[in-house]
Design a protein around this ligand. Structure first.
Ligand SMILES: Cc1cc2nc3c(=O)[nH]c(=O)nc-3n(C[C@H](O)[C@H](O)[C@H](O)COP(=O)(O)OP(=O)(O)OC[C@H]3O[C@@H](n4cnc5c(N)ncnc54)[C@H](O)[C@@H]3O)c2cc1C
Length: 440
């Protein structure tokens, strides 16, 4: 399959979501009317670009944000809604590259990301159904032992407390026979991601960020004053931020093979009987298992079960998506066997080879300082962390790159096969990981 075939179905997958049906009135932003200039031009109207724009504006920058489609139409408006501590990769990956002291700083930044998210919701009164609580659950005794060992280390080395849930009490937390044991984190939680993303866009616009939707950036010309080319004219800036996730489409070709689109899918049940709904996850926490190919789910405020899982490394949308998500949900909760899936959708996660985020600057062309920054590779764990990424890139653009450069030091490899053949190569690798989950 050509590497970008997934793009054809991408918007369709997003529009089918529970979020699109329930977000209410979306803020609208006109396309860029003609050429302009600014201090910082941001490409991408998802959580990363919006967070950076807000932080830059708070530091006094004149900011233009360009979004090809609608605000939140990428991963940000359709994800699982789970805001969780840490990164997608294990801390061991960070420790091995940066050493323990900087790995501790990275962990602390992931916790600051959660605090920032909650703070923004409270300060700006963003109505996005925030619910605190996260459960990490293990599907077998051996995975339970690994989860406990991981939690012990996170507590001992990173000073972050996590409650342990033993086999005897697991059913009180999740009413399913599938899970052996788990951990609970009250500081993580979940929300309606499209309402949150649109809320951030309203905040950014109110603070003076000039947001233009329906404005694809066709080309980037690097230089002392980088230029973004759009259909309506150029945007000339002192600095540029690329926050386009998997959708940049050739404007920075060196970044593309460092991330790979992996499809992940979600089904949302019809509204359940409130008593049944409340019994499934009584704490109302978000839940995620520890398998490599994982299941993640959470209750919604209107008594539905929102159930994510299955991945498509081939990027082809699974056939009969709603039924396959229903089967997955019923495998965990047989008591939902008679329930209908009302919404089924999916999206593409930007995974890096080592699952660590990929932040940096494009090498400068000419003698001037590097002035094009990028933030990508959240690897399916960017709901909260993209907010923090926006903050550290704003710090760097304002002259204090201390925190940004911790991430810029992380080494990333490109996917074998480059931009075109990376997908088939990964399909083979993932078949092995799936088998490993089944055998564990
Ligand atoms: C199905 C799914 C489930 C997920 N579940 C979770 C979860 O539960 N918890 C979690 O932490 N993370 C989750 N994630 C990951 C999380 O959603 C992302 O890490 C995060 O939203 C990334 O935000 P972003 O702003 O970088 O990218 P996006 O939201 O994709 O935004 C990028 C934007 O840039 C625009 N753009 C790109 N190129 C251009 C261009 N040339 N010109 C103009 N605009 C451009 C795009 O149109 C897009 O709107 C999930 C992702 C998916 C797809």
């Amino acid at each position: 399959m050509p590497s970008d075939a997934w793009l054809a179905t991408d918007l369709e997958l997003s529009r089918a979501s529970y979020y699109a049906a329930t977000a209410g009135h979306a803020p609208s932003f006109a396309p860029l009317p003609g050429p302009t200039s600014c201090d910082v031009a941001v490409v991408g109207g998802g959580l990363t670009g919006l967070s950076a724009a807000i932080e830059l504006r708070q530091r006094g920058f004149d900011v233009v944000l360009l979004e090809a489609r609608e605000i939140g139409s990428g991963a940000s408006g359709r994800n699982g809604g789970q805001a969780i501590h840490g990164l997608a990769c294990d801390q061991a990956v960070i420790e091995s590259q940066l050493g323990l002291a900087d790995a501790r700083r990275v962990w602390d930044l992931s916790i600051e990301a959660l605090d920032l998210l909650r703070q923004r919701i409270a300060v700006h009164r963003i109505e996005c159904d925030w619910q605190e609580g996260y459960l990490g659950v293990a599907c077998s005794p051996s995975k339970g032992r690994s989860l406990t060992a991981w939690a012990d280390r996170i507590e001992a080395v990173y000073g972050y407390p996590l409650a342990r849930i033993g086999p005897g009490e697991m059913r009180q937390w999740v009413d399913s026979a599938r899970f052996h044991s788990g951990i609970h984190d009250p500081r993580s939680g979940h929300l309606h991601p499209l309402k949150y993303t649109q809320g951030l866009a309203r905040v950014a616009a109110a603070q003076g960020v000039r947001i233009h939707a329906g404005t694809p950036v066709r080309a980037l010309a690097q230089g002392a004053a980088p230029v973004l080319r759009t259909d309506a004219g150029e945007v000339r800036a002192r600095q540029v931020l690329l926050a386009g996730n998997l959708y940049l489409r050739g404007i920075a070709p060196k970044l593309e093979p460092r991330i790979m689109p992996v499809g992940t899918y979600i089904g949302c049940s019809e509204a359940l009987d409130p008593v049944l709904a409340a019994s499934l996850v009584p704490s109302r926490s978000a839940v995620c298992d520890t398998n490599f190919v994982l299941d993640y789910f959470r209750p919604t405020p209107d008594h539905r079960m929102l159930y994510g899982g299955r991945v498509s490394y081939s990027t082809a949308t699974p056939r009969d998506l709603a039924e396959s998500m229903r089967a997955r949900m019923v495998r965990t909760f047989p008591q939902l066997a008679a329930c209908r899936i009302e919404y089924a959708w999916g999206g593409f996660v930007d995974i890096t080879m080592n699952r660590a985020p990929d932040f940096g600057r494009l090498p400068a062309v000419g003698g001037h300082a590097a002035n094009v920054y990028y933030l990508q590779g959240f690897s399916g764990h960017g709901l909260a962390f993209s907010g923090l990424a926006g903050r550290v890139v704003a710090e760097a653009m304002a002259g204090d790159a201390g925190r940004f450069d911790i991430f810029a030091r992380l080494r990333h490899r490109t996917f074998p096969g480059g931009a075109r053949l990376r997908t088939p190569a990964l399909v083979l690798a993932m078949a092995w990981y799936r088998l490993r989950d089944m055998l564990a």
